[in-house]
Ligand binder design. Structure first.
Ligand SMILES: [Zn+2]
Ligand SMILES: [Zn+2]
Length: 414
């Protein structure tokens, strides 16, 4: 008798095992076989030599006969997703400690390294779940990396938990007015609860880029909420022009995932006419959010600058030349220091140009590395940004109007 057969015989002598659990200890044998078939085959061969070995076994000291519940779990899962539109899923199991303990003890004792119980149970329920859905005209696929939904079976509590993963839509937005923040700002007085000061809206600003984009998407997906992820953000009083700023809108717990983005794009832009415009809407994996957060994109700005004294064109261009060749030491600006860590960063001005539009005003274009604060590059921020246009021209200088012309970078490719 081969060593493996002998081990199978000893296993069965030690514990009562169902075909699934017996077969699983030998999961590397016989390609294309399911554990149940493998277990059954071993049992048949052993019975030919030893009549005392039963050909079928319903009691199982390992799984407690749990595999007889596979169809029940699969049907529960089908019911749980009956109102959901999705294409990919992942099945998970919370395994009772006892099963794991017995399985590991037997593996160790007989020096066998089979597939874990959890993996087989997930697969068996998942397989039937997929078949039942396909019969209902709803084909789905297992996805281990980024499943749209996750079903977790708690065998001890007999509870099935459904987790609906977020849907991520990428786009770019242009902002055409100087009064809209990127995301909702809770009212400072009531922190969002609603008070007299905010007219019981709970908000400092009546609308935001996020709130102009999300309602049609929420309506179509029946999601429970949204989160807005921007590739940085412009100041509220700055316009976002050019081809816009990349963003990802995350729709939480969507019940529907197939959207006509072309149509929604039109609706969003119509609703927000004159305030914002979106473009390039497309579905993306969640990893794009990380990219948006981590990539410090180069930017192109246009600033209207006012000086406290008359400036000559020569002085202005000399100052530009200095800014372009000197790394800028910038301490976190005073105006954001309450929410950002106070530190000094070095950023470069890649290109700066412009001209005087009056003796005390100039239109300035700046191409900078990501992370450089432009208002402070001009004003000096009380010496916190060095050098600055103000310092070089030896006069107070202030940005009176700021537009972001371009956020440069490839946020989509891997
Ligand atoms: Zn079993
Ligand atoms: Zn309030």
């Amino acid at each position: 008798m081969s060593i493996l057969l002998e081990k199978a015989r000893q296993l069965l002598a030690e514990r009562e095992l169902c075909d699934h659990c017996l077969g699983r200890f030998f999961s590397s044998l016989g390609s294309g076989l399911r554990n149940r078939e493998r277990g059954r085959a071993l049992r048949v061969v052993l019975q030919m030599e030893d009549r005392s070995i039963a050909l079928s076994q319903n009691h199982c000291a390992l799984c407690q006969g749990i595999f007889t519940n596979v169809s029940n779990w699969a049907e529960r899962a089908v019911t749980a997703v009956s109102n959901l539109e999705f294409q990919t899923y992942l099945m998970g199991t919370r395994v009772p400690t006892e099963i794991e303990v017995v399985e590991q003890a037997l593996q160790q004792k007989f020096e066998l390294r089979g597939e874990p119980f959890k993996q087989e149970f997930n697969r068996e329920v998942g397989r039937l779940f997929g078949t039942l859905l396909a019969e209902r005209g709803h084909p789905v696929q297992v996805d281990f990396r980024e499943p749209q939904i996750v079903l977790v079976m708690d065998l001890e509590k007999s509870e099935l938990a459904l987790q609906i993963n977020s849907l991520f839509i990428y786009g770019r937005y242009r902002k055409l007015v100087r009064t809209i923040p990127q995301t909702k700002w809770p009212c400072r007085s009531c922190r969002g609860r609603g008070c007299r000061e905010c007219d019981f809206t709970g908000k400092t600003y009546p609308e935001s880029v996020e709130e102009l984009i999300s309602p049609p998407l929420l309506r179509e997906t029946h999601g429970s909420g949204t989160a807005f992820h921007g590739a940085g953000r412009e100041d509220i009083d700055a316009l976002m022009l050019g081809n816009g700023r990349p963003f990802v809108i995350e729709i939480k717990e969507p019940k529907v995932r197939t959207l006509d983005l072309e149509l929604l794009h039109g609706e969003i832009n119509e609703r927000a006419l004159g305030k914002i415009e979106v473009s390039q809407l497309q579905f993306v994996p969640s990893s794009v959010v990380e990219r948006l957060k981590n990539l410090e994109a180069e930017k192109l700005y246009e600033a209207r600058v006012r000086f406290s004294k008359k400036i000559s064109p020569t002085c202005l261009h000399e100052a530009f030349a200095m800014l372009q060749k000197t790394p800028i030491q910038q301490r976190t600006p005073q105006r954001v220091s309450h929410r950002r860590a106070d530190l000094v960063r070095t950023r470069r001005v890649l290109e700066i140009s412009g001209e005087l539009t009056s003796p005390t005003e100039a239109l300035v274009r700046v191409h900078s590395e990501g992370g450089l604060y432009i208002k402070e590059l001009i004003s000096g921020d009380g010496g916190r940004t060095k050098p600055s246009l103000s310092e070089l021209l030896q006069t107070p200088a202030e940005v009176i109007e700021l537009n972001v012309l371009e956020v440069i970078g490839d946020f989509l490719s891997k």
